[in-house]
Design a protein around this ligand. Structure first.
Ligand code: PMV
Length: 337
């Protein structure tokens, strides 16, 4: 059996940081995101009587390499294969090829697209189609692979990951689909290299920051405001909350033990410019940054040309990836091998 799926990355407007349960990956707070049309992973999984599992990955502009079990991420991938094989009561092995069309591990949510694509393709290849078709169940299955952001890629458009309190109650729901609001995420790439500290490792350190519990408390009203701003298509309400949440996340990261400092000079340069553009010209753009140096600049479609032009003039910006909301994880008919 051979199947292929495509899954998009997503950008969090309310970030997921820190876990309530490290075994089944329950987040400490509800988090909200938008899917990204310009950043996707394609994955093909074939099941059969092979002698062993073979996983090959191709990162942006690189060649295919065999995945070794040498990182938390790789371990999570092999654990997910094992778990889904057990779920299907199968003894078949897998051949997997997976490729990204954007830089991985650079704060552009590559684990979101790759883990959601992998989980969906595994479920289908092992014949667990009902678990793929039921999106709530698919999101639970994706959560178990260890990347919290990945569960938000299951649906198109705007998505909320509900913390819940156990496996059954922790899953993702769609707030609005990809055609609801034409927001744009311009990713200003200032550093495409792999980050030194992975977010998987860093989640476990969140509560070593004295500001973590403060963040959890202060963000509760923000979650409701962001959800409502999306439903009302109210960008002047949404934008400031996106920025506040990103700043609050980075304060926690920077004060963890050991500290995780992801910003580069280009990150700060863009953040400051965006604030100036708003103040001087009322240009409505807002920044948000994940676990990496690259800056996601969110604006409405009507302002995207102007914002992009200004970003291109920033000396640190190497290139820009343009995204709009798009469909979530879906099956495709062309295979990678
Ligand atoms: O999906 P993870 O476990 O790699 O965590 C994602 C963390 C952030 O990207 C920083 C925030 C988010 O919600 O996407």
């Amino acid at each position: 059996m051979k199947v292929s799926v495509v899954s998009p990355a997503n950008i969090a407007f309310i970030k997921y940081w820190g876990r309530a349960d490290h075994q089944i990956f329950l987040p400490r707070n509800n988090n909200i995101s938008m899917t990204m049309s310009g950043c996707a992973t394609t994955t093909t999984v074939e099941t059969g009587n092979f002698s062993s599992d073979d996983v090959q990955v191709k990162f942006f502009e690189k060649e295919y390499t065999v995945l070794e079990k040498d990182s938390i991420k790789a371990k999570n991938i092999f654990d997910q294969i094992e778990r889904i094989r057990d779920l299907a009561k199968s003894s078949q092995r897998v051949r997997i090829k997976s490729e990204n069309n954007f830089p991985a591990d650079a704060g552009i949510a590559s684990s979101a697209s790759s883990f959601s694509a992998l989980t969906a393709a595994l479920l289908l290849a092992f014949g667990l189609n009902e678990k793929f078709e039921d999106k709530v169940e698919l999101s639970r299955q994706v959560r178990l692979c260890g990347s919290g952001s990945a569960i938000r890629s299951v649906y198109g458009g705007f998505v909320e990951f509900l913390t819940g309190h156990d496996h059954e109650t922790s899953y993702a729901v769609q707030i609005a689909d990809e055609n609801y609001w034409d927001l744009v995420d311009l990713v200003a790439v200032v550093d495409p290299e792999k980050k030194k500290i992975s977010s998987s490792e860093c989640h476990q350190l969140a509560d070593t920051s004295p500001y973590f519990e403060t963040r959890i408390k202060e963000m509760q009203p923000r979650i409701d405001i962001v959800r409502q701003a999306i439903l009302d298509r109210d960008f002047r309400k949404l934008g400031p909350e996106i920025e506040r949440d990103s700043n609050s996340l980075h304060i926690v990261m920077m004060t963890q033990i050991p500290a995780a400092f992801y910003w580069a000079p280009g990150t700060i340069s863009i953040m400051k410019s965006i604030m100036d553009w708003r103040e001087d010209d009322d240009l409505q753009a807002y920044f948000t940054i994940d676990a990496g140096a690259n800056v996601h600049v969110i604006c409405e479609k009507k302002d995207a040309v102007e914002v992009k032009k200004r970003l291109q003039n920033n000396e640190y910006v190497k290139w820009i990836i343009e995204n709009k909301p798009c469909a979530g994880t879906h099956i495709i008919s062309e295979h990678l091998f």
